[in-house]
Design a protein around this ligand. Sequence first.
Ligand code: ADP
Ligand code: MG
Length: 902
Amino acid sequence: MVENSLIPDSDVVLKDGSVLRLREQQPDDVELVLEFLHTLSPRSLAFRFLAAGVALPEAAQMLGRVDGRNSVGLVAIQGQPPRVVGHGIFIRTAGVRAEAAFTVADSLQGKGIGSLLLGQLAQVACSMGVEVFEAAVQPENAAMLDVFAHSGFAIHTYSQPGLVRLEFPTELTPEAMHRFEEREEQASASAVRMLLNPKSVAVIGAGRQRRTIGGTIFHNLLEGEFQGPVYPVHPEAEFIQSVRSYRHVTDIEGPVDLAVVTVPVSAVIAVARECAAKEVRSLVVISAGFAEESERGRGLQDELLEICSSSGMRIVGPNCMGIINTSPEVGLNATFAPVPPDRGQIGFLSQSGALGLAVIDATRRLGLGLSAFISVGNKADISGNDLLSFWDGDPRTEVIALYLESFGNARKFAQIAERVSRTKPIVVVKSAIGVAAQRAAASHTAALVSASDAAVDALFEKTGALRAHSLGEMFDLMALLSTQPLPQGNRVAIITNAGGPGILCADACESNGLQVAELAAATRTQLAARLSSPHASVRNPIDMIASASAEDYGAVIDMVAADENVDAIVVIFIPPMLTRAEDVAQALADAVARFKQPIPIIGVFMANSGITGHVKSDHVSIPTFLLPENAVRALAGTCRLAEWRKRPRSEPAVPAGVDPVAVATTVAHCLLEKRAWLDSAETDSIMRAYGIPVLRSAEVETPEQAAQASLDLGAKVVLKGVGPGILHKSELGAVVVGLEAGPEVELAARQMQARLAGTATPVTRFLLQEQAPTGVEVLVGATNDPAYGTVVVVAAGGTAVELVRDMTVRLAPIGPGEAEEMLRKLSTFPLLDGFRGAAKVDLKALCDVIVRLAAMAEAHSAIAEIEANPVIAGASGSRAVDVRVRVTQAQLPALVGAKRVR
Ligand code: ADP
Ligand code: MG
């Protein structure tokens, strides 16, 4: 970043998937800007300066005179040596207004650079107190008018003779924000599209020996029937595996879209420079020894990224195992996998390289086909989020599977995944290690969130992505999702030829939250007619006993599939003497072909006798399992997705009657005094500002004052000791409830003070609080996690929170319906619901507290953690009793459209 700049340098992705650097204009940029102006066509110049024949040196001087206060310039940079390809500036005219203007190189117009300059300029202007932008555009300048019209800003226009004047607030409206996000995603998708559909490939470090990595990749590209030229690049060899080789990528006559780099780490930077010079579009860097290995390696990775960003090249890896596109039109296998995957509809991303190989192998064994495979390695540039954006619109991909070790940008992931999951299931294996670093946790909320990977689960809950806890579970889910319709509900019919496995399967249903379906009477009658043996059972699980033939299977499946009480079918077969597994498999496939409406069905063949992975016939593919437990676990996953899709999607409304400005003011005041925690008066005031009921209270210094203050608070009061070291008050005996207002309070205060005097936690002040009506104690808290955003916790409250650990965690925003869901998930929920004749809690009021607290945390990123413990929830409303709020200096919001900020 340039020194003294207001705006961090950032890399942005253009509509065509290439990358551009945006940075603040510096005084010594005048030369670069002048060069830029010289490259512009007369037409562009006339548009920029609203007149023809402008003297360029003067114009450059004028543009160069930015002071960072009343005028700010932004330059878009590309290439080596760096060239300015776009320029934007605003100059304050009067107070809160500024004139804005920008220009883009003729050859790069229409790629979204103008919108980006406008967006970032507006964002910076807004943070500097410029509220309104003005611009003047000639009516013939259709491209520029288009940028404004589709910016998402609330534009007002005024027409003058020969001039359109525009005016708009610089604040990013949700609509403008949305447009930037949309553009960014389109840009990501086109980068991946380009990566996976190259017209030509070079392998740099292609080996003469097949057994080297470079040699294998080159061989795989040839053998994979890639539909374009593949060029080997090698410093000495004339020929690589009988193909004429090149010393340098720059020696290749034709264009190179994709370069696969397998040279030793020390040579990667030089190779990347050559690729930039050759105008290669994408790099896949297999070589290891970068950020995953050492600090030096991290430096090299940054350098590599720098070369890519400044040239617009995109990069996969480093430290990855390559990419595969199974489309017959492309046939790209740029990996060293010994055998390529089968063609299919699953898009697979693996962060781990070695695991990627095993995955490809396993998918083949299980009969799962892939549309594409990408090993992202260190994710220096292209990440899972880019892939999600691409797969979202890729007609060849129906199911998405991710093996992740880390979420790069979890918020971004949530945003994209939530949309994609509506149409394409996403299965994720996320290793749990190192999810949330243990923090010194002063609140229960922070402890609960950091001690588990609850935030990760909350992320999944929000996005509808299915979390698999092992690779096996991921394959199971992939198999089901890529072949079966989603179940309409959770009622399962079990068809078996042996009692034991049927019962095991029913148990597995129960423990995975599925129901063993109650069959309709008519179905039972039909079944009874077919299964005449007295030992057979026509109740679910349907036990056809060992004598069942393949025809019996077919007939029974027909009957069950027609039953309206059944949402999914599990068919279990244990090979007895008479019936062959192959015949049952055939009966299964035939029955499915007869289905009138889609209903998911799974086979369980409990023997290693040939039927593994799938039962396949012309139009039917049915996943098969060895154990009923695994089948049911996967089925339960698909049910969760189906349920998630049914949930109303309406955005939770911002609660009424909130005063964010008041909260921001209080927090800013606390930050100014360099305090980490709000005091009780501040806490009360921010709770009130968000409409969360608190108890009346007073803070005083002496026992006498305590007695006096208590008289205003009602007949029964609570006394609490306050002091710099006092954290969990009741642990120290610093909470006395049920005191009679008056002298009793004074006595209790003296005793408390005396007892704690001389300890590490002396009482320096007293807090008097009215006593809450009886109710159930609930914890409601939130943390603002830099990676996940606002994590909201609802738990069984009071003083034994960690002991009980009865909690639910979700990501904000939380609507009233979701708040109630969180409460219902608690195992102590019956306490709120009139347990053993107790009065029912007013749930609506409690949900309102959750919604409001979550909204406050989300709207104020400077609130690092907030916890109300307890909220006492009673029949006549909920009241926050003990609230702690920790604040930190919040970071600047991310620049709009920035892929990376440097
Ligand atoms: P801490 O969490 O620091 O120990 P609290 O203020 O949460 O202190 O008080 C501990 C417990 O005392 C609460 O969980 C609740 O059971 C009870 N309590 C505290 N204040 C009140 C009050 N105003 N009305 C009723 N009960 C209270
Ligand atoms: Mg408490």
